[in-house]
Design a protein around this ligand. Sequence first.
Ligand code: NAP
Length: 285
Amino acid sequence: MIIDGKKIAENLRETLKKQIEQIPSNQPKPGLTVILIGEDPASQIYVRNKEKFANEIGINSKVLRFDSSITEEALTKEIHKLNQDREVHGILVQLPLPKHINSKNIINQIEPSKDVDGFHPINVGNLSSGNDALVPCTPYGCYLLLKEVISDFNGLNAVVIGRSNINGKPMTQLLLKENCTVTITHSKTKNLKNICQGADILVASVGIAKLVKQDWVKSDCVVIDVGINRIEENGSKKLVGDVDFENVKDKVKAITPVPGGVGPMTISCLLQNTLKAYQKINSQK
Ligand code: NAP
């Protein structure tokens, strides 16, 4: 079975849109502000899509653009202004930042209740303590895709390839919370193929094109492919995941394609986090 991330992401946006439509007209709508620094082409596309989808479902979305020469101090001041702004419920700083700015310092300045990327240490800590948290969008999207095909996670063997702070580690926490037995692997892991062969759930977030092959997975495995790799094949450029999709798709129980799997879920989960932040901030007033 191919998991249709595009459709599932569309359905989620439709649900969020209906929830936002329920907000009385005398109340402010949820507000999301994205900070974009410099001219990185991929970041420009990501931010344009975030703004478009947010506005489509009724979130007031703004993009603050700054030249790549902005200092860490000036950027910090901008974030503090947004922290105080009552019309802003979600703040996202588009990564990567220019080399002279320390992204950890910047993320630490975001008010945790508005940290819709879920990267602030308070949200990271809450997620790993099993408390309510704003969860990073890509792993949360993976989790929602898994829930489409798995009704009972108890005791399943989950293998996560990659231990990044944005994907691998939070993914592990979400699977642990669902009572999976989780193995997290990385570049120093020995016998990766053997470990994957025991997986009921395999999440690949590596950045190596077509790393996972048919003989790495068992037939009842659910495979979630986070990787986005640009390759040239038969003279044409294409996007592929960390899993060799054509080689693996007919063997496993379910698999996400690239593109059209995890990618579309990331933005929908960002919008969900913005609505969640809005509801929480309003409930505390
Ligand atoms: P990252 O920060 O580069 O981390 C990659 C991880 O893979 C690291 O933990 C690394 O181990 C591990 N690794 C590298 N080579 C390995 C190997 N041969 N065997 C096992 N593990 C290995 O990557 P990321 O930010 O998680 O992103 C991973 C992929 O997801 C990229 O292709 C990225 O473009 C994509 N991505 C997709 C979305 C989406 O919305 N779909 C969002 C974000 C990222 P070490 O820790 O030991 O170095």
